[in-house]
Write a protein that binds this ligand. Structure first.
Ligand SMILES: NC(=O)c1ccc[n+]([C@@H]2O[C@H](COP(=O)([O-])OP(=O)(O)OC[C@H]3O[C@@H](n4cnc5c(N)ncnc54)[C@H](OP(=O)(O)O)[C@@H]3O)[C@@H](O)[C@H]2O)c1
Length: 268
């Protein structure tokens, strides 16, 4: 570790938002990076291309020994940790009747449990380095749920609730806990192909670099919460203030029709 270095660990750094975040953080003077994901070759290439010192660890974060392996790597290679970006995550589409509990379980295992377990392993290092920061990459799907993405939404709703509590708990220890809630971002795991194909919807798809900037703001920048793009915060507000309207929009009016027809059937 160099003197005055700032060590940042990014999970899911092999592609998409994590890769863009590593590149963004590498521009800050004195940064050292730890890149984590499963595909070692991609991590090696990224580490070699960055303008700062970067080490990498290939790990499946859902495995039982992953948090301890990551912590051992950070301690041996960098000796401290100033920023943890919990970004690794995935979504598999499917309705509950077809995909069942197994699908809910695999979403929770990666998008929630793995984040909690890694944070538990690294929190002592973050407290020791305070002022330090954690950024959890949630999703607007953690505020508003749509059909066929219920398991993904459940994992992100859980992450948001837990992040809010951790923010309050770690304030007194000097560990800032920020959260980023992206909408649609074109990446390997979330290609948003249909949205990008149509001129009418293309504009709502963000770039990983925009999310990376928000992650920087929610970490070293000290912001508690950042939507990407910012107006997506309105969807979260609408879900609370106008739930019937949001249900109508998300079901193409079917929710209202069902309510009306059920009432009509009862009356008949
Ligand atoms: N793109 C969007 O529209 C969008 C919207 C809202 C929120 N998000 C969130 O943003 C985060 C990043 O997603 P992305 O869009 O950048 O998708 P992505 O390009 O598919 O990246 C996902 C990253 O997670 C890593 N990963 C997946 N499973 C892993 C595992 N078991 N262990 C370790 N690493 C694992 C992947 O690397 P390996 O395959 O090499 O392991 C990859 O680096 C996720 O948490 C996602 O939920 C994305």
């Amino acid at each position: 570790m160099a003197a005055n270095s700032n060590v940042a660990l990014v999970t899911g750094a092999s592609t998409g938002i994590g890769e863009a975040t590593a590149i963004r953080l590498s521009r800050e003077p004195g940064t050292e990076l730890v890149l984590v994901a499963r595909r070692e070759e991609l991590l090696r290439e990224l580490a070699a291309s960055l303008p700062c010192r970067a080490t990498y660890l290939a790990a499946d974060l859902t495995e039982a020994d992953a948090p301890a392996r990551v912590r051992a790597h950070v301690e041996a290679e960098h000796g401290r940790l100033d920023l943890l970006v919990n970004n690794a995550g995935a979504a598999w589409r499917g309705g509950f009747a077809e995909s069942g509990y197994a699908d809910v379980h695999r979403h929770m295992e990666l998008n929630f449990d793995a984040v909690v377990r890694l944070t538990e392993a690294l929190l002592p290092l973050l407290r020791a380095a305070a002022p330090s920061a954690i950024v959890n990459v949630a999703s607007t799907a953690g505020r508003v749920a749509r059909a066929r993405t219920g398991a993904y939404s459940a994992s992100k709703f859980a992450l948001i609730g837990w992040t809010d509590a951790l923010y309050a708990e770690e304030l007194e220890h000097g560990v800032h806990v920020g959260m980023v809630l992206p909408g649609f971002v074109a990446t390997e795991g979330f290609p948003a192909t249909e949205l990008r194909e149509k001129a009418l919807t293309r504009w709502i798809v963000s770039k990983p670099q925009t999310v990376a900037e928000a992650i920087y703001e929610a970490g070293p920048g000290g912001k508690a919460e950042r939507y990407v793009p910012r107006p997506y915060a309105l969807a979260a507000v609408a879900r609370i203030l106008a739930p019937r309207l949001v249900r109508r929009v998300l079901t193409g009016g079917a929710a209202a029709d069902l309510t009306t027809s059920t009432a009509a059937e009862r009356a008949g």
